[in-house]
Design a protein around this ligand. Structure first.
Ligand code: F6P
Length: 257
């Protein structure tokens, strides 16, 4: 019974890898919508995958969310194994609660691994003028340079409408997201089913095009409810090497494609 289950998961991983042209797919058992330990397993899988991919020197950019938070929780002192690691938030504020913010997550990653981290202080929903003057701040600019030279990016993926709600998105933007029939969200970018960008939250830091220059890009998201969002994102992602997901989302991904 157990061997059959493991074999089934492995077959699903191979099929997803082929279908979306990925280097690696890891599927953990269960449905993270249903049980919190499945999300913890997603976190552990992230920590392991990153550890395996470490170079001699690493700049690891991370987005916020409850799933990447589990990756931070799963990291331990033996993570870096003598290698140099700096954790940086991928983008400025995206309207997450303090606990789930990228800044908090990279601080936790550094604390748990004994690595370094840098924070990015940028308010949410900034105007163009503020944006431009913030970019000129030397301390912010230094962190932005680190972010742009990330060797590895770890990011979450969410459902568009759920994310727009969680972020208290202003009415006008919300309408744009709805009108654009957005289904997925990652990095503050909203995508429709075809993987096209329909809206982008204006904030500093990593932009979608920057992904191309990172050595590895790991997307982590699970739960049956995210199946459609993950598929939409996979269609639009400029680069992704690794997908870490759970069985429930993987079933959704394979069933309708
Ligand atoms: O807001 C940051 C973010 O990474 C989003 O880009 C993503 O949609 C969301 O968090 C995922 O959050 P969670 O893991 O809690 O579903």
């Amino acid at each position: 019974e157990l061997m059959g289950m493991i074999k089934g998961i492995h077959t699903m991983e191979e099929r997803l890898k082929e279908q979306f042209g990925l280097d690696e797919v890891t599927i953990v058992h269960g449905d993270s919508d249903q049980s919190s330990w499945v999300k913890k397993e997603l976190g552990k899988a992230c920590a392991n995958s990153i550890k395996q991919r470490l170079l001699a020197k690493n700049i690891i950019a991370v987005t916020g969310g409850t799933t990447t938070l589990e990756a931070a929780e799963a990291m331990t002192k033996d993570f870096a194994d003598g290698k140099e690691v700096v954790f940086v938030p991928a983008r400025g504020g995206l309207g997450e609660d303090l606990l789930n913010q990228a800044n908090s997550i990279v601080a936790k990653m550094a604390a748990n691994t004994g690595g370094k981290h840098r924070l990015l202080y940028a308010p949410d929903q900034i105007s163009r003028e503020t944006h431009e003057s913030i970019l000129k701040e030397p301390t912010i600019n230094e962190v932005l340079q680190l972010i742009k030279s990330s060797t590895l990016v770890l990011h979450g993926v969410g459902e568009a409408i759920a994310m727009a709600q969680r972020r208290n998105t202003p009415e006008e933007e919300f309408q744009k997201i709805k009108d654009g029939k957005a289904t997925a969200e990652a990095f503050g970018y909203y995508f429709n089913e075809a993987g096209q960008i329909v809206h982008r939250v204006s904030t500093i830091g990593l932009q979608l095009d920057d992904l191309v220059s990172a050595h590895d890009v790991i997307a982590v998201a699970g739960g049956a409810s995210k199946g459609k969002a993950i598929r939409s994102y996979l269609r639009g992602a400029p680069k992704m090497t690794v997908l870490i997901t759970d069985e429930a989302a993987a079933e959704q991904l394979l069933s309708e494609s």
